[in-house]
Design a protein around this ligand. Structure first.
Ligand SMILES: [Zn+2]
Length: 506
């Protein structure tokens, strides 16, 4: 039965005093009045009246410092405060646990190392083939150029010879004509002829030399280029390492998991604080419940970070898009919750829309990734776990909205197990279930070396299971690297011989 008047104190002494079992002297009574007391629903100011099915054990309106002391009293918010305060410490402990948790070893068999190598190798082979083809074309081009030049020189030589012959003939004719007239001039003409011949010869020689130099220079360049292709094994190996390192990322980064843990801690801590201060004057409580809602928004947004990050790890474009858009939407929801102007009635639909949009938008990346990762058992398991999380949150919200069970037995659940407490427990449970789903995804990415093992090439978990069944230790990252190093040596040794063979055809 809910009390109609001021509730007794919570301590045994208070209870005895108020029941008249012991007589309280005036001094004690005065002290008692200063101390925290609980009141019935009817005694609350209008702004604190919220759930008429909880009849008693309300704290009176208290100043902030007194309301902090109510942490140690017993009233109808005690359960609400402690459920989330304990949840906060639980998540703090789990965060420390994750920070110290060693990464899951690679679930790599030889098959997986082979698959990884071949996926990188396909690209390297293509690069090398392209380069060799380029060199081949260049060699052809140079050969054509050489031939063209030689032909040009040949034609030039011919031309010069014709010119010489023509000149000689002209001079000869001139000589004959002039011989009859002035024999004395013939000597001069002869020297003129000789001069012209000499010049033509010099021109011819100089030109041949230039062409020869040009030819030698070009040949030298082609040779150098050929050599650089031959020695491509060194930068090639480096390129192979780089390509492998890009694909084989181990361990998987954990910051998205920590973002979620931080979000859960912020939400739970703010919630306990808000419930602690929920009995203050109106100018404080007005903000207290907004902060409480903002905490829930933060939890929702932070919850998306680990699944979106791990599920889209190999699709960075989608990854950035979803994380950015969810964060922007989350910030808008927090702003709508906190800012004064959005508290007006006219914004009511917008406020409701923001929360619904935030919740529904979260389904988009989850449905999208299903087309990418649906064959991975760990992803299936994690999604199943998150379905349970969703069910937990929704049940909590429905219980909260319908104020069950106190609606059926008003005044019977004032202290314990009223709807808000159940909702609080559902929030902590939902967050814990989501934590489990996040760990499953993190383990999967760790075991598959980031994006090293393609999903379609045989899910990691099967290998993991087989190897464990056979009593094998899982591959350590060092083992995988040493095996890949062997591959690189083999590949580039054979690559260098084939390049040498190709160049010898020149
Ligand atoms: Zn609450």
């Amino acid at each position: 039965m809910a009390p109609e008047n001021d509730q007794p104190f919570n301590t045994t002494k208070d209870v005895l005093e108020s029941s008249g079992a012991i007589h309280a002297p005036t001094r004690v009574r005065a002290k008692r009045n200063r101390k925290q007391t609980t009141v019935g629903f009817h005694a609350l100011p209008a702004y604190l009246k919220d759930n008429e099915f909880i009849r008693g054990y309300y704290r009176r309106v208290l100043p902030v410092n007194e309301s902090f002391k109510s942490l140690f009293g017993l009233h109808n918010e005690t359960g609400n405060i402690y459920t989330h305060l304990l949840g906060f410490f639980m998540f703090l402990a789990l965060t420390i646990y994750i920070a110290r948790l060693p990464p899951t070893p690679l679930a790599f068999g030889h098959q997986q190392v082979d698959a990884l190598w071949h996926s990188v190798c396909g690209n390297l082979d293509r690069i090398q083939e392209g380069l060799q083809e380029g060199v081949h074309n260049l060699q052809h081009g140079v050969q054509h150029l050489q031939e063209g030049l030689q032909e040009g020189v040949h034609n030039l030589q011919h031309g010069v010879q014709h010119l010489q012959e023509g000149l000689q003939e002209g001079v000869h004719n001139l000589q004959h004509g002039v011989q009859h007239l002035q024999e004395g001039i013939s000597e001069r003409v002869h020297s003129l002829q000789e001069g012209i011949s000499e010049r033509v010869h010099t021109l011819h020689e100089g030109f041949s030399e230039t062409v020869h130099h040009l030819h030698e220079g070009l040949s030298g360049r082609v040779h150098t280029f050929q050599d650089s292709v031959l020695h491509m094994s060194v930068p090639g190996a480096a390129a192979a390492y780089e390509a492998l390192a890009n694909q084989l990322r181990w361990p998987t980064v954990r910051w998205p998991t920590f973002v979620f843990m931080a979000g859960a801690m912020i939400c739970l801590f703010l919630s306990s604080l808000c419930h602690l201060l929920g009995c203050c004057q109106v100018h404080i409580t007005k903000y207290v419940w907004r902060v409480d809602y903002a905490g829930i928004c933060i939890l929702i947004v932070c919850s998306f970070y680990p699944p979106v990050y791990y599920l889209f790890l190999c699709h960075p474009g989608y990854l950035t898009f979803y994380l950015t858009s969810t964060t922007i939407l989350g910030c808008m929801a927090v702003a709508v919750t906190l800012l004064d102007r959005f508290q007006e009635r006219s914004w009511r639909f917008f406020r409701a829309f923001m929360f619904v949009a935030l919740g529904l938008y979260g389904l988009v990346p989850i449905i999208h990734q299903w087309f990418i990762n649906n064959s991975v058992p760990q992803v299936q398991k994690a999604l199943l776990v998150d379905l349970i999380m969703g069910a937990t949150y929704i049940s909590g919200a429905v219980i909260y909205a319908y104020r069950v069970p106190e609606r059926w037995f008003p005044g019977k659940f004032d202290l314990w197990f009223h709807s808000h407490q159940i909702f609080h427990i559902a929030v902590v449970a939902g967050a814990l279930i989501h934590y489990k789903a996040c760990l499953l995804l993190l383990e999967w990415r760790d075991a598959s070396g980031g994006c090293a093992v393609p999903v379609t090439d045989g899910p990691v978990s099967r290998v993991l299971q087989q190897m464990q069944d056979l009593g094998h230790d899982l591959h350590s990252i060092e083992e995988v690297w040493s095996k890949l190093q062997l591959y690189i040596q083999e590949h580039f040794a054979s690559g260098a011989t084939s390049a040498a063979a190709a160049s010898s055809h020149m």
